[in-house]
Design a protein around this ligand. Sequence first.
Ligand code: PEP
Ligand code: MN
Length: 371
Amino acid sequence: MLLILHPDTDESSEEYRKTSEFLRALPNIEIRTHVVQGQQQRLTEIYLLGDTHALDRDEIAALPAVERVVRISEEYRILGRHKDERRLAGFEYNGVTFSQHNLNVMAGLCAVDNPANVETMLRALRDAGQVCTRMGAYKPRTNPYSFQGHGAACLPWVFELAGKYGIRVIAMEVTHESQIEEIDTALEKLGRPTGVMLQIGTRNTQNFELLKAIGRQSTYPALLKRGFGISLNESLNAAEYLATEGNTRVVFCLRGMKTDAGAPHRNMVDFAHVPVLKRLTRMPVCIDPSHSVGSREAAPDRILDLVHATAQGVVAGANLVLVDFHPQPRQALVDGPQALLLDELPRFLDDVALCRETYLQRQRLWGNAAC
Ligand code: PEP
Ligand code: MN
């Protein structure tokens, strides 16, 4: 059961004291409190965990600090979308809104290589009006002899350059919790010229200790990749790990499933799950066409499979596109063959905008313009 308190309820108020005294006296019920800081107001949500069936809903709804009671199903209690759900979806981070109602693009390098390529990439993004990017400093590689990323050493110049080009949010994968501290230290030293969304890669979707560590901190939102070989339910439970530890600013990213049936694509594109995720959860939904398709092959219409896959996700309502670009793909230390070229960036963004407009028209066609 979820209790939503009146907006801006003060924890030292008499209403709050009376309410929490009552709740704490409930037998065999665990109480977890989450504070959601919105743009206009602060919302306190109290989760009652355990056997809540015997509780009297009306009695709880009548508690002085309680505005609303929502019965939640067992699955994805915090991030899920439940019956009578009216909780806000999405969040704002460093001036950028991430929600189920809008669309952002995070185009950038799969891996940071050298300052010249990073700067060229960032300049192209600024010129295209973009404020988000992707840049990997810590790379999880299948082969231990492959380039593992520049790690903490590159963070100062990457962040400084990002600030110089007006980038507000960088999706950056972390493979170990110590890297959160490294990112935080580097940003703090520079006076926070940019922001970071902590990416959890598909190989770490069920690295529960990493999830808990990212969940415990509240400075950075998270971008969780779907596990490549587990069920959607398992990946959604992984997202819930972040939330139970306190971090509800989570974007869920589809990146294709590992199966031979996906060949010749790198993975089986799973963007038909965009609407499923919006139905089951309140998380903004990201698609990663680069790691799904994994090549620059094109159809006879001269449109790359990767661009077609992007269109499929955006037309279905995706909220974020994470995509690899590189100014010199041959020089790329990771995933050069799937990188889009800088002169393709404006056309790519135009294509995404066309698809987004089509999605909005489709919503109107089906009579759901308010969603
Ligand atoms: C990436 O986005 O750079 C990446 C490694 O993706 P994934 O975890 O989906 O393979
Ligand atoms: Mn990659």
